[in-house]
Write a protein that binds this ligand. Structure first.
Ligand SMILES: [Zn+2]
Length: 386
């Protein structure tokens, strides 16, 4: 295993005086106009390389938009990355940036100062703002084992927030002694191969109530209702984020204590894979599983836990004991009953065991695995339907 770099972002509210706000607003406008210009050049001339783009746009960015040397480079980088992302996603049009879009800062354009102050580059010189820090942000910022990198200055509802990136080398992962399989499911958001489940009924109840409320608001469709919908959408995303943090933290801690690697489904095909009835589709598709998966990945890296992604095909319809694969093994979404050997289990636990076995059979660790999970129970992949 090679050593990787962990990245995290600390978000702080900024307290700024009126002059600073004016300076930053003007800077954001110029910065994003410059970034839009850089993006259009990169797009039309098919430039992806930042250095190459630099030679083409640097002079005119500084003259036409009044940006300092470093901010001009940050605008160019923002544009180059957006163009690269748009190309990768086959977008038909060039990315553009709104005047109140984020300003990107690097080590030379912003500086953290004592007493929770921060100094930011603007068109009219540096301004100093005060970071409004809670205990959580303070703990993150004052942890010197993390190196502070670039930042994005974001405006939302007239308020400024600084999103600072921190990096740290991840610890070298321990050689795992087995696998903890994790199934991301419908009945439970997550279930592991030892039969433990994470956030089922409680979360479901909250979400059901919110869904009903959302439907009522959508039907009403008044100005007030639309405002409330936007507010609720943010609330829902905070809720999901919080639950995802808790689940991923618990799973990583469990794997670490048992010195196991985490085995998860390769999520690239998650929506195609799951064939659920219409009524259940909402439950599956409206949860931020990708976020949960990415939280698992970064928390595992920080804790020195190996994470293995496996092909999830048929993991929910294959018997974890005898390997018999048949759609009818799973009569409904929550139960598994093998038609061949009679093994019964919770559907998501059975799937999690299969995921653990698959990880064991696809990695070199299975030979060293004293727990014996792995090759012997590896299910044959028999495609029965999709
Ligand atoms: Zn069986």
């Amino acid at each position: 295993m090679t050593q990787t770099l962990s990245t995290r972002t600390v978000c702080c509210k900024l307290s700024l005086d009126a002059d600073a706000v004016t300076a930053i607003r003007a800077t954001a406008e110029a910065f994003n106009a410059a970034a839009t210009y850089c993006a259009s050049v990169a797009w039309e001339e098919h430039i992806i390389n930042k250095n190459k783009l630099h030679h083409v746009v640097y002079g005119s960015t500084r003259v036409n938009y009044g940006l300092g040397a470093q901010l001009a480079c940050c605008a160019r980088d923002k544009a180059a990355e957006a163009v690269r992302a748009a190309r990768a996603k086959d977008h038909a049009t060039c990315p553009t940036f709104k005047p109140d879009s984020a300003i990107r800062y690097d080590a030379r354009t912003y500086r953290l100062m004592s007493l929770d102050r921060v100094s930011l580059n603007t068109l009219t010189g540096r301004v100093v703002g005060h970071m409004v820090l809670g205990a959580f942000q303070r703990r993150y910022l004052y942890d010197t084992s993390w190196k502070v990198g670039g930042a994005e200055l974001v405006q939302r509802d007239g308020q400024f927030y600084l999103h600072m990136t921190q990096t740290k080398a991840s610890p070298k992962p321990d050689e795992p002694t087995g696998f903890l399989g994790v199934d991301l499911g419908i009945v439970n958001l997550a279930a592991d191969s030892e039969g433990e489940t994470y956030s089922g009924a409680d979360v479901q109840r909250v979400r059901e109530r919110r869904f009903q409320h959302r439907q009522r608001l959508q039907t009403a469709n008044t100005r007030r209702a639309r405002w409330r919908l936007r507010k609720n959408a943010r609330k829902e995303s905070r809720f999901q984020r919080d639950v995802n943090h808790c689940i991923s933290k618990a799973l990583v801690q469990k794997a670490r204590t048992a010195r196991k690697a985490l085995a998860v489904e390769d999520l690239t095909k998650i929506r195609e894979r799951v064939t659920v009835r219409r009524a259940q589709r909402r439950a599956r598709h409206s949860w931020a599983f990708r976020q949960l998966r990415s939280f698992l990945a970064y928390k595992a890296a920080q804790a020195g836990v190996v994470l293995v992604a496996v092909d999830p095909r048929n993991t929910s319809r294959t018997c974890a004991v005898c390997g018999y694969c048949e759609k009818a093994n799973r009569p409904d979404r929550s139960h598994f009953r093998c038609l061949s050997c009679g093994h019964t289990a919770a559907a998501d636990t059975n799937a999690a065991v299969n995921i653990a076995s698959r990880a064991a059979s696809q990695t070199a660790y299975c030979a060293a695995s004293p727990s014996g999970e792995g090759a012997s129970t590896s299910p044959p992949v028999l495609a029965v339907g999709i």
